[in-house]
Write a protein that binds this ligand. Structure first.
Ligand SMILES: N[C@@H](CCC(=O)N[C@@H](CS)C(=O)NCC(=O)O)C(=O)O
Length: 240
């Protein structure tokens, strides 16, 4: 059994999709970011970075004690290696898969994440931040279009790089972007959305709490702001 420590957002949907795709048994351990339930010491022992998702594998392949993994890219790689699925075994294919996964983790995710922050959470009127990150988020979509115009999936065959990128495409409307001039990304998104495992993951993870995290403008109370971006989040990451 694998515990998926999670909240109903895109980074977490990646892992639920992978667990559904592989058929590995899992259960959800839910948190509420705005309330700061992920900032408690018990979760920090699982993820020292205090962010979601993280997993605890209670049946690791070495038959050792339960094993924790944080960072969605590392979790996807761990599950691909554990299951022997969704990451090519040959050197070229595996490298392609890791290149696009690294691109998501270091580029698409952070840039879109910052665009979401400035468009939806920052005080009104931060035009520099909105312009900077929305433009870069859009540029990265064109990088994806270039790749998907020549291959059906990012690494050639469907795998963890696609699973990592997929949830971000679903959230484009929230930052004022879309797929109108990106036909290859649009087609790729529709093919992945139609997979039964993706529907199952969405149904399992994206409960009513999701609405908390999908408001176009999220007005947070001072306590919620502190847990997400402020003093409480900082304090939770300090040594003491
Ligand atoms: N690079 C991390 C990002 C994780 C992340 O930022 N998760 C968000 C939810 S999508 C979170 O936990 N936010 C809580 C907070 O910042 O307080 C990953 O890919 O796992």
């Amino acid at each position: 059994m694998i515990d998926l420590h999670c909240v109903a957002t895109g980074n977490n949907l990646k892992i639920a999709i992978m667990l559904e795709e592989t058929g590995l048994p899992y259960r959800l351990v839910r948190y509420e970011m705005f309330a700061g339930t992920h900032l408690e010491p018990a979760f920090r022992r699982i993820n020292p970075n205090c962010k979601l998702p993280a997993i605890v594998d209670h049946a690791p392949v070495d038959h050792g004690p339960p094993f924790s993994v944080f960072e969605s890219g590392a979790i996807l790689t761990y599950l691909a290696e554990k299951s022997g699925r969704f990451m090519p075994a040959d050197l070229r294919g595996r490298s392609l898969c890791q290149q696009w996964l690294a691109w998501q983790i270091a580029g698409l995710g952070p840039m879109h994440g910052q665009a979401h922050h400035f468009v939806r959470y920052a005080p009104e009127g931060q035009t520099y931040g909105i312009e900077r990150y929305r433009r870069e988020a859009e540029r990265l979509l064109h990088v994806m279009e270039y790749r998907l115009a020549e291959a059906p999936y990012l690494a050639g065959v469907y795998g963890i790089a696609d699973i990592a990128c997929f949830p971000w495409i679903g959230g484009l409307g929230l930052i004022g972007l879309g797929l109108d001039d990106l036909p290859a990304v649009s087609d790729w998104h529709d093919r992945i959305a139609a997979r039964p495992a993706v529907a199952a993951a969405r149904a399992a993870l994206m409960d009513e709490n999701r609405s908390l995290y999908t408001r176009v403008r999220a007005e947070l109370t001072p306590e919620q702001w502190s847990a997400m971006f402020g003093d409480r989040m900082h304090a939770a990451s300090r040594i003491r």
